[in-house]
Design a protein. Structure first.
Length: 121
């Protein structure tokens, strides 16, 4: 399967368990792998024949900036739902990172990594 990988989407949002996280906010980083058929665009060299990843980046940015969830797992799922609404995307992998989680004596990052596929009904 073909894919488009988009890395380093960074946005400031208000998701987190602590009340301060939902008021003060923090940075989030998102990397995506979008499984889609790229054969037509490979032959035609036309934007209309591929997935315009600019719209995907815009959707991720909007969700980070406007949504308020308790968990980053829920934010990742919201991003997946939005991306899979485009019927050209067969599967999406989302790696959503909280670069500076407010955990005492912890200087690392926390990342959730989910894979969601289109459900054909």
């Amino acid at each position: 399967m073909d894919s488009i990988r988009v890395t380093g989407i960074r946005g400031y949002g208000y998701t987190g368990y602590l009340p301060e996280e939902q008021v003060l906010g923090q940075w989030f980083e998102v990397d995506l792998t979008l499984e889609t058929d790229l054969a037509a665009a490979g032959k035609s060299d036309r934007l209309e024949d591929t997935l315009d990843y600019r719209s995907v980046i815009s959707a991720v940015d909007r969700i980070i900036k406007t949504a308020k969830f308790v968990t980053i797992e829920r934010m990742a799922q919201a991003i997946a739902d939005e991306i899979l609404a485009d019927d050209r995307v067969r599967q999406v992998r989302i790696q959503l990172t909280k670069p500076a989680p407010p955990i005492p004596d912890f200087g690392g990052k926390v990342t959730v990594d989910i894979v969601r596929s289109r459900v054909n009904t």
